[in-house]
Design a protein around this ligand. Sequence first.
Ligand code: ZN
Length: 305
Amino acid sequence: MYDALRRTEQPGARLHDFTQCGKHAYVFQSVQEPDLYTLGGSSCHDRFCLPCGRERSRIIAGNVKLRVDGENARFLTLTLRSDTEPLAELLAKLTRDFTALRRTKLWRKRVAGGVAFLEMKWLEPTQRWHVHLHALLQGRYIPQDELSKIWFQITHTSDVVDIRIVENQDHCTRYICKYASKPLDHTVVVHPNKLDEAVLALKGKRLCLTFGTWRGYQLTALPENGEWIQLGTLEEIITRAEDGHADATAALDALKVEYAPSTRAPPTVPARTVSSLTLGQKCFSYSPDTERDLAVSGTLFVNGE
Ligand SMILES: [Zn+2]
């Protein structure tokens, strides 16, 4: 993926962020419930980054589930028959035809709203791009044959549509996670020139779209889960735990992160009292109450100087 981003001359900052994704892990502590800890990572948020894509799809699936809220929903797959057209052309047609479908009487009568995701594959045996649109719909029953007929009238080439009811919440989550995580699957990734074509064809293109009553719904909004304070990087907390600091061992025990426990007794150094200061000196004092080193930096003024 990185090679494809380089070959297609993506900005240096994007390449840099892509290579740095996940390099750092941070430990956070809940303000409301101090016994709760969590790990956070540095993320690149690139649409072609697999770990970031998985994270994004989990958030989207959570928000979709919240919105569906146990109501009836249906999955729709629209297929576009292809020949030797470039991918960009097929994607433009699919988007255009899907807009046309949403304007039909059948759609307006039966679909209230929903969310759609793009999927593309490169099929080596046929040497063709295959594009699909996967949507989750809310509304009334739609007869498959009627939908197929209308899709053919719009596309002039394709009548393949699949529509089915969502069986349960897990079914819904699995479906959304599958299609919201990655627009490109392995059939594209293994062909460097096809991968480059996909990177360029998807430039500026939205991979998911909300419509009808769902328009404007924030699919990637993070769930509200209180306030968190960052205690430090994971490495820093491990070092502190190995030195026997109780705040760090509590965090790592809660997170089930392994470390080599100190064989020494926990530090018992009392807080140092700084009696004389020099201008610009950095002071560190250890607080036995919070088991933390308090760092004070900056310019200090002593005796009015
Ligand atoms: Zn990433």
